[in-house]
Design a protein around this ligand. Structure first.
Ligand SMILES: [Zn+2]
Length: 460
């Protein structure tokens, strides 16, 4: 018995040791400032860590602004179907560094919490993937594996994925990776989601993402004039009228197959009459209630409507205050439901409500991707979450933003997004903002979810 307890103690210490190692790696990784376009030094550091752990390294591109590589359990030359973890090396800037409690790129640990830009998004997740892979390597006879496990480190996610994921999904490279499934960032474990059950912990695994389209609206008039002369035909007034029309257009409510699954699960968790309505919100009998329900809950509304956010209004000319400008520009960040028909509908709407004097340009758009079906890999991930968090509920969800997952979905690779740990309100608020942080417990929970997920494919 004593030997057994000593054995358990030994095992426990191995796990603790490797998890301390995870914290150290994450702190060092945060210290290497890798704002989009300058990923190389951080990439080379984490690549070195992967090499030390004995993984196979394949570098796909190695310029300063586009460093993409993968660490795999087995060489890619084996051409095995793979479980593909993805993460991004780049982070957003920390312009408000004076407001941070710890310097954004110091990688400081305080009160068992790791602080710094990228702690959650997405260096923390990369370290979880890495530590889980290390554990599998230690406990498995890798040569007998039928599937490869690969971690793909990508550049430029925060700037749209052109320098990263967009390159990797080209057929030649994708063939080398041969992914059965992609696991990337997405929803996490949250409480205070179900109105009548605030303590219920719900994990949201994203199986779809909205498509982003950035639009430029430009009004131009031939003549400008003196500010003292009244006119309704100035560039700014034409543009403002168009903006008003867009802002006052009511968004359609669309409940498609994948959102239907989300409401079904949310309704079951809620229970009662309200839960019944949410569960069956797609029924025609509840159609008259939809507008009221969704307009009173922004978190639900975002799942069933497109959004058009006016992000900037600019005056391209630098004239005097008493000089009427000849042109005015507005920018819209549109987020569309992931159905093929949404983009043509958006453009139709824009053409209808805009003035012919306004030029409409698409500046950028994310790939069009259909939702991933909830397959065996989704259910393996769900089970892994519930092994580490036994009371948690797991819900598939449409992610309202766009990540690299969409690139893989666009080439028909099933992709699921998850932050495999519980997020407090202050953690959620810290992403892309001040005092980004990851408690060491969350780091360890995430490692354990991934280990449990991988065990579904490999029995030690
Ligand atoms: Zn991210």
């Amino acid at each position: 018995m004593k030997i057994f307890i000593l054995f358990l103690f030994f095992i426990k210490n191995i796990v603790c040791f490797s998890q301390d190692e995870g914290s150290k790696i994450l702190c060092n990784y945060i210290k290497l400032k890798s704002i989009s376009g300058n990923e190389k030094p951080a990439a080379q550091y984490i690549e070195g860590v992967c090499k030390q752990m004995g993984f196979n390294i394949t570098v796909f591109s190695d310029s300063d602004s586009s460093y993409n590589f993968c660490a795999s359990l087995l060489p890619l030359q084996k051409k095995l179907p793979s479980i593909l973890f993805i993460n991004h090396i780049d982070v957003v800037p920390a312009e408000d560094s004076a407001n941070w409690n710890k310097t954004p790129f110091s990688g400081t640990i305080s009160n068992d919490t790791i602080y710094g830009r990228g702690a959650i998004d997405m260096k923390g997740l990369a370290v979880m993937q890495l530590m889980a892979l290390k554990k599998i390597k230690q406990s498995t006879n890798v040569d007998s594996l039928k599937n490869n496990i690969i971690i793909l480190f990508l550049s430029g996610e925060e700037t749209g994925g052109i320098n990263g994921a967009a390159k990797i999904i080209k057929p030649q490279l994708l063939q080398q990776l041969n992914p059965l499934v992609v696991l990337g960032e997405g929803g996490g474990g949250l409480t205070n989601i179900i109105p009548n059950k605030p303590n219920e912990l719900c994990f949201f695994i994203s199986n779809a993402e909205k498509k982003s389209i950035w639009l430029k609206l430009e009004a131009k008039v031939k003549t400008n004039g003196h500010g003292s002369v009244h006119s309704n035909k100035t560039a700014h007034k034409i543009l403002l009228k168009a903006i008003n029309k867009i802002e006052n257009t009511e968004e359609r409510i669309v409940i498609d197959k994948s959102t239907k699954q989300t409401f079904k699960q949310l309704g079951s968790i809620m229970g009662g009459f309200k839960g019944f309505i949410i569960k069956h919100i797609n029924w025609w009998i509840f159609k008259p209630l939809r507008k009221k329900i969704f307009n009173s809950n922004e978190a639900l509304k975002v799942l069933v409507t497109n959004s058009y956010q006016l992000t900037q209004i600019q005056n391209p000319e630098k004239g005097a205050i008493n000089q009427v400008a000849q042109s005015a520009v507005a920018y819209y960040d549109c987020r569309l439901l992931p159905n093929k028909s949404e983009k043509p509908l958006l453009l139709k709407l824009m053409f209808r409500i805009l003035d012919p004097r306004i030029k409409l340009t698409i500046l950028d758009e994310s790939p069009s991707a259909e939702p991933s079906k909830l397959n065996v890999h989704y259910y393996n991930l769900k089970k892994a979450v519930q092994t580490v968090f036994p009371t948690a509920k797991v819900v598939p969800v449409l992610f309202p933003a766009t990540t690299d997952n969409s690139y893989f979905r666009s080439v028909d690779v099933p992709s699921f997004g998850l932050l495999p740990f519980q997020l407090s309100k202050s953690m959620v608020e810290s992403v892309h903002a001040t005092n980004e942080k990851l408690p060491i417990k969350a780091l360890n929970d995430g490692i354990n979810v991934y280990i449990d997920f991988l065990k579904k494919y490999y029995t030690p």
